[in-house]
Design a protein around this ligand. Structure first.
Ligand code: XIL
Length: 350
């Protein structure tokens, strides 16, 4: 049954297996959408929601002020429409992969708050209105919190203070009132202070009537991630639904590195011990996801990349061979893939 040599496009479909509970997706690049490519075959079989890994970030969409480049995003949108695949928009406001002109004012001075907020609104309204009705969820804000708690002191924050946060949601909502609008971040599962800040920030926004649709949990994890702490922090964030039952969590960038973040180890070989640890981690994680889905809290789980061969974790935070996804090199699905699939069946019976 569980063919150890199955390739992603022949293996059973994660999307189908979990479809009743949550959408399963992946981050892709537009060159993966070529119908002749193995990547495309894998996508069509395994996933029913996609994110662009880089091509929809501000540096690529508006490299110069007023000069929008929509070709790739248009292709992504057309692919979604043609294949009935839902799409996520990643990301409107971030401190990374954003062109510097946003923050520059007259004669070498920094932009004023008004200038920055007006540029932000223009970016958001131009992009979101172009794809109105075609993007299920926007990561409106990405990584605006500090790991130690509190708001990140990014250029956005230094110039505009907290105000850019509600303003971004308002601009996105005006441009597409039906899209789900998320605030997305990493380490929410491992830093209590960060999870607490997320909770108080979203609470405040909801009280102000800001149209926050949910929280995106990136979930860049490792074999060393403490899953008890992860569950505790995610539950805290999920409790925001007491304030607004329409709020949802999405797992937006899942991967499980075999290195600790500060690990300087040479390339690790894929040993049976690592395989075992990886299977255990993924099984426990997906068990938790199905629980959250059954409670109505979580409806989307997106992997950050299509396969181990192309994962960003082969190059971040340093260059080393990594194995973070359920689809391995050569498009082979891993034993953990079947472990996860089996959960879809089991929990249905429960
Ligand atoms: C990463 C991409 O995967 C890389 O290709 C790129 O070089 C840097 O950005 N959090 C995010 C994503 O929100 O946008 C990042 O994507 C990974 C971390």
């Amino acid at each position: 049954m569980n063919d150890p040599n199955a390739l992603a496009w022949d293996a059973p479909s994660l999307a189908e297996a979990f479809g009743a509970r949550f959408r399963v997706g992946a981050a892709v690049n537009t060159w993966n959408l070529d119908p002749e490519s193995p990547a495309c075959a894998a996508i069509l079989r395994q996933f029913h929601i996609l994110t662009l890994e880089n091509e929809s970030k501000p540096i690529n969409l508006q490299p110069e002020e007023g000069h929008f480049v929509f070709e790739k995003f248009d292709r992504f949108a057309a692919f979604g429409q043609a294949n009935g695949i839902a799409l996520r928009g990643h990301t409107l406001v971030w401190h990374g992969q954003v062109p510097m002109w946003f923050f520059e004012g007259e004669n070498g001075a920094p932009a004023t708050k008004d200038q920055l907020l007006s540029r932000m609104r223009t970016h958001i309204s131009t992009v979101v209105s172009r794809y109105r009705g075609k993007i299920a969820t926007w990561d409106v804000l990405n990584e605006v919190l500090r790991d130690e708690g509190g708001l990140r002191e990014s250029r956005w924050y230094k110039i505009a203070g907290r105000d850019y946060i509600p303003e971004a949601f308002l601009a996105a909502h005006e441009a597409d009132p039906d899209a789900r609008l998320l605030i997305n971040d990493y380490n929410l599962e491992s830093s209590e202070a960060k999870a607490d800040t997320m909770v108080s920030l979203v609470e405040g926004l909801l009280r102000e009537g800001i149209p926050v649709g949910g929280v995106g949990l990136q979930m860049h994890l490792s074999l060393y991630t403490d899953l008890e702490l992860l569950k505790k922090n995610v539950r805290k964030i999920a409790a925001l639904r007491k304030l607004d039952s329409a709020l949802r969590l999405e797992v937006t960038e899942l991967d499980v590195s075999c290195y600790r973040f500060d690990d300087t180890a040479e390339d690790l070989d894929w040993t049976p011990a690592l395989e075992e640890a990886f299977r255990t981690k993924y099984t426990e994680l997906f068990r938790f996801y199905t629980e959250l889905a059954d409670e109505g809290t979580l409806d989307t789980v997106v992997f950050w990349g299509l396969s181990d061969a192309v994962s960003w974790l082969n190059g971040f935070p340093r260059r080393h061979k990594n194995y973070p996804l359920l689809i391995g090199r050569g498009w082979r699905v891993k034993p953990a893939f079947y472990d996860v699939l089996a959960l879809a069946g089991n929990t249905e019976e429960a």
